[in-house]
Design a protein around this ligand. Sequence first.
Ligand SMILES: [Ca+2]
Length: 359
Amino acid sequence: MAALSAVAAVMALGLSGPPATAAEPPSVPRAKGAPSGISTLADGLTTPWGISFLRGHKAALVTERDTAVVWKITLDGAKQNVGTVPNAVWSEETQDKGGLLGVAVSPTWNGTTDQDVFFMETTLEDNRVVKMKFDGTRLSGYTPVLTGITRDNQHNGGKIAFGPDGYLYVTTGDASQKKLAQDKTSLNGKILRITKNGAAAPGNPFGTRVYSYGHRNPQGLAWDSAGQLWSTEIGAEAWDELNLVEPGGNYGWPTCEGSCSVAGMTNPKMVWDPDEGGVPAQIAVVDDVVYASTLSGRRLWRIPIDATGEDVGPATAHYNGAYGRLRALAKVPGADQLWLGTSDRGEEDDLILKVTVEE
Ligand SMILES: [Ca+2]
């Protein structure tokens, strides 16, 4: 019933939500994880897509989708262009879209003996995960580690993140070819789990790179305190999803969008109507509260994981429409804070916002 109540809460908020310019619904009580402050950390950006912290170094790498530029941004908001990732394509004219997507810094990066940073990009040939070196100041080198993921101008997935197990998780879209999502031999429509060399990680459910399947366009990856993986996914017309991802799980696409009762397919823990505050992009977890940024929804959702640890309670929406489309999202290591990026603001700069949440 928890899932149903979460759905009901979402629908209620969507239907009776505050005006698009309200900074925060007045009815939201102060609660664990409620956003309590927001400020601009950095400006002058163009569609930031990914954020990955250089742990212990008071800074993060931030990717720009359209320009393939990578910024180093410090906790104080100082911003430095550290280079570009080769071969990423983004063209409105030719509709070669995808661009530079996610970034993941090696968990043991120190700038000297470990300089590895990873990116996912859409090239003219494929979607791929690549490795570059970062010495703290400049990017160099370019080594593709996983190529041949079918490219698309829309459903590219693109999030990459190191899990608590030290392996790299990668979301891939179905490339607008629905059948690929159920094809366990395809890299598309999946969450992959790979080594730093792009090989299948040890212990994967099918002995391949596939960790879970039946995804349409998964975007967010984050782990809770129990080490469980959560992921947001953009659906078609009906429902977007928040999933609790188990190894080997089949998340339904294209047979199911949102919840259904097909044997062997795993239902989402929460769904959004894309027209009612949905189209979730990325997620972050702080103290077992999941936060989800939304694109057309233009709001930040706060979704508490409930006492069972396997379901979520009622969700609340914040900053409805105040900053435009919201995409890049990451927890700041060691703080009850999020970095949240605006997206696609055109003539207006995009921002990285700093959000503080209640302990
Ligand atoms: Ca699904």
